[in-house]
Write a protein that binds this ligand. Structure first.
Ligand code: SPV
Ligand code: MG
Length: 431
């Protein structure tokens, strides 16, 4: 009896999957691989059911003889283990980032004469409906809110990118890249106060009020499913912060980061060039505790951001605050620096981890951008936020286009650099 292998990463079975099994059965005994969470979240949607539930789901399908776990996107290990005579897959992976998986399968099979069978992908209203329903489910507050905690358990380091609109949200949601035969995507979105303010042509001084910031969250949640980390600036008055926590929770935001500053907040990247006042440990701890008390779910996270290194108050002060804020109930510590050299961030992380191995550490490597995610993770960092790069890349491109149209009195000279009209009208998914 020949062995036929097919890998599934779906939470719901539709006609397309049944067709794959039906085709696979014609070739022999059908083994279905259930792709592990850690592997599938690198390029696919976040699962809405557990791996165990997915295994049960696949085991229950008629025509499936065995279900095994596939731990990696690439097939090397699984193929070496079961040596299938055939691998069956939908033909929808010939283009785009997934084509590297196809190549990997072809190479693995070629080494011993196995065969790839590609089945025409089933596009019908039922398949489309299930696809939309799965996506909609993930965008619901109760699914989205808990996802950051889930990701912290699965990912060696959670990667968030700045978003400030529906459009930037779509970029965070949909960008998947292939490098060195591996696929990857962002895990989460950061709603930066700097970029949210900049998009409105306003300074980053808590001038754009919470109602407007919530509106930005709405724009983003409308078109995405990934979890949101919200930049809550100072959190404002404790009496106001407790309401902010409730609203963010209701909206499905996963975490708020508040910084230990008080009075007129200025952007941290100004450092000591402008007057900035750090809050006392007592006051800020009380704000964190009040926020934790106010929240209704166990999912939501309040992360304390420490500005001691930015304000040049020293490592000891930063660490004292970190331990105090963790004790006050903070679900994470963000340590910030505006030095190009990551040394002080590394020193902080190592010293914090000597005494606290649990509380997640968050960093924003805008200035110390030489350090890689892998190096950060090795020093105990759990979340890395790319806080402003989308805004900073869009602005010069738009400015240059505006200048060139003015210079040439027409738009022809800029056209080569632009997204095509066809691309822009097809960018947004239709329901
Ligand atoms: C932001 O993105 O608004 C931040 C990070 O708070 S930073 O600009 O580096 O202070
Ligand atoms: Mg900010």
């Amino acid at each position: 009896m020949k062995t036929v292998y097919t890998c599934f990463c779906t939470d719901a079975i539709h006609g397309g999957h049944l067709n794959i099994i039906e085709q696979a059965r014609k070739y022999g005994r059908v083994v279905v691989g259930a792709l592990s969470d850690a592997a599938l979240i690198k390029y696919n949607r976040f699962p809405t059911i557990s791996l165990e539930e997915r295994i049960k789901l696949y085991e229950g399908l008629e025509g499936v003889d065995d279900v095994i776990v596939q731990d990696s996107i690439m097939y090397d290990e699984v193929i070496e283990k079961i040596h299938p005579d055939y691998v069956v897959h939908g033909d929808n992976w010939k283009e785009g980032p997934e084509s590297v998986i196809r190549e990997n399968v072809l190479n693995c099979l070629a080494s011993y004469g196995g065969e790839l069978v590609e089945v025409g992908y089933t596009y019908n209203p039922q398949v489309k409906k299930i696809d939309i329903q799965l996506k909609e489910k993930l965008s619901m507050p109760e699914y989205r809110r808990k996802r950051l905690r889930q990701l912290l358990r699965i990912r060696p380091i959670v990667k968030a990118i700045e978003v400030h609109s529906g459009l930037t949200g779509l970029i965070a949601e949909k960008t998947v890249v292939e490098r060195d035969g591996e696929l990857d995507q962002f895990d989460a979105m950061w709603i930066s106060s700097l970029c949210d303010s900049t998009a409105k042509g306003k300074p980053d001084i808590e001038l754009v009020d919470m109602t407007s910031r919530f509106r930005t969250i709405d724009d983003v949640t409308e078109v995405t499913t990934k979890p949101i980390i919200f930049d809550g600036d100072t959190g404002g008055l404790t009496e106001h912060f407790v309401y902010t926590v409730r609203t963010l929770e209701k909206m499905g935001v996963s975490a708020v980061i508040i910084e230990d500053k008080t009075g007129l907040k200025k952007n941290s990247l100004f450092g000591t060039e402008v007057a900035q006042t750090q809050d006392t440990i007592e006051n800020f701890s009380a704000k964190i505790a009040a926020g934790k008390d106010a929240q209704l779910t166990d999912d939501f996270m309040i992360i304390a951001r420490i500005e001691s290194l930015i304000l040049e108050r020293g490592m000891e002060d930063a660490l004292e605050r970190a331990f105090a804020f963790a004790k006050a109930g903070a679900d994470g510590i963000m340590i910030h620096s505006r030095k190009k050299d990551p040394a002080e961030i590394i020193e902080f992380c190592d010293k914090f981890r000597e005494k606290n191995t649990e509380t997640p550490i968050v960093v924003v490597p805008s200035s110390f951008n030489v350090i890689t995610e892998e190096e950060l993770a090795a020093h105990g960092v759990n979340i890395v936020i790319y806080a402003n790069q989308l805004t900073r890349s869009a602005f010069p491109a738009m400015q240059k286009t505006a200048e060139d149209i003015l210079k040439y009195h027409r738009a022809k000279e800029v056209d080569d650099r632009l997204m095509s009209i066809n691309q822009i009208i097809n960018l947004i998914d239709e329901l």
